[in-house]
Design a protein around this ligand. Structure first.
Ligand code: KG4
Ligand code: ZN
Length: 359
């Protein structure tokens, strides 16, 4: 039987778009900030490491193996039974089709067996709203810098579900730029965190790496040239490259990425006359990016919101939180389980603004 307390929902979130299986529970009551109650996460980093990147079929199979044990862990942490869940949210896209289908299938099967509503959530909306998981929930409107492994976008956000694209990468995403530079430096997968650790010991001023589109007059990014510049620099250093050389290349590459991201972000704040910034996505865990934006928020007088580093990368909590915030605003007005589902491996976030429920 459907639970129908209009004042409260306990939302289960399932994330399976790429190489992390995430499950979480968020408790949402009308008029209050939703609270994260429990979460469990399994990273597939070890599984994919020997291949130097994510192998989609292996990712899907591992999601299948992990999702129910993670669900049980979340129920145990929260001290509730399956029947206490009111709503089930899963990542509908964008991401790897097979991986997405695992989360969607499990969510819809749970919804059918428990007779609960099931909603598909946009992965980037999950990232964008992830600061609500911390103590420092933003007020609307704000500008969002979304920096993940697959996307780099600046968004003007007027409310939950209202997203206008201001600019985006025309080629590689910032996370990809980190990962590809890391690969060239022999740091393996996933490269971003490893590159930033190596960069701590390097001289960011030693190599002047390109900062494309900095003066393009728009808010778009281009990072594809960076990996070529890193490669050329390493070739020039030749076989006698030292650990210090590698650290200097890492620091210079990180500086170039952070420089472009922060300058375009400042331009977006100016253009929208906004004084509030949300930074989200895996690259938002980067120490230099966080510090640079924190410093700029003082000098340029804007309010910065960024989720704790562990919640910047993929997780189920952000999917549950996005669903809870949408429920509070009467979006996704589904009532009951759905026996049909699809996933959207390619899906623009701005498309959410055009309809109340993301069809
Ligand atoms: O949001 P996310 O977990 O997955 C996607 O939706 O793509 O982002 C993953 C990306 C990867 O490219 C990873 O290298 C990068 O975020 N990343 C970092 C750091 N932590 C994760 N990049 C730089 N510094 C970090 N500390
Ligand atoms: Zn992500």
């Amino acid at each position: 039987m459907l639970r129908s307390d209009p004042q409260r929902v306990r939302v289960l979130g399932i994330e399976s778009s790429c190489d992390e299986t995430g499950v979480a529970l968020v408790d949402a009551r009308a008029g209050r900030k939703p609270e994260l109650v429990a979460q469990a996460l399994h990273s597939q980093v070890e599984l994919h490491r020997e291949y130097g990147g994510v192998v989609p079929e292996l990712a899907s199979r591992d999601h299948i193996a992990r999702v129910l044990p993670l669900l049980n862990e979340v129920l145990a942490q929260a001290g509730i039974n399956l029947g206490d869940i009111d709503r089930i949210a899963y990542t509908r896209g964008p991401g790897l089709a097979g991986a997405l289908l695992v989360g969607a299938g499990v969510a819809c099967a749970l919804g059918a067996s428990l007779d609960r509503s099931v909603v598909g959530i946009h992965h980037l909306e999950g990232h964008l709203l992830s600061p609500f998981l911390g103590d420092d929930a933003p007020e609307f409107p704000f500008v969002a810098l979304l920096v993940s492994g697959g996307h780099t976008q600046l968004m003007e956000v007027s409310a939950v579900g209202q997203y206008v694209l201001l600019g985006e990468s025309i080629d590689d995403a910032a996370g990809e730029a980190f990962d590809k530079s890391a690969k060239l430096l022999g740091l393996g997968y996933p490269g971003g965190p490893a590159l930033s650790v190596l960069a701590e010991r390097g001289d960011a001023g030693r190599f002047a790496l390109p900062r494309p589109l900095l003066h393009s007059g728009d808010l778009n990014f281009s990072f594809a040239g960076l990996k070529t510049a890193v490669m050329t620099t390493l070739v020039r250093l030749g076989t006698s490259v030292t650990q210090q050389d590698r650290a200097d290349v890492a620091a210079s590459a990180q500086a170039a990425i952070v420089d472009v991201l922060t300058r375009k972000t400042l331009a977006a704040l100016r253009r929208t006359q906004s004084d509030r910034l949300v930074v989200a996505g895996g690259v938002a865990a980067n120490r230099l990016l966080r510090k640079t934006l924190a410093d700029l928020s003082t000098t340029h007088r804007f309010i910065l919101h960024v989720a704790p580093p562990a919640l910047c990368t993929d997780n189920g909590a952000m999917i549950a939180m996005a669903s809870a915030l949408r429920w509070q605003r009467g979006l996704d007005a589904v009532d009951g389980p759905t026996l049909m589902f699809d996933v959207r491996p390619r899906w623009s976030l701005a498309a959410l603004s055009q309809c109340l429920a993301p069809l």
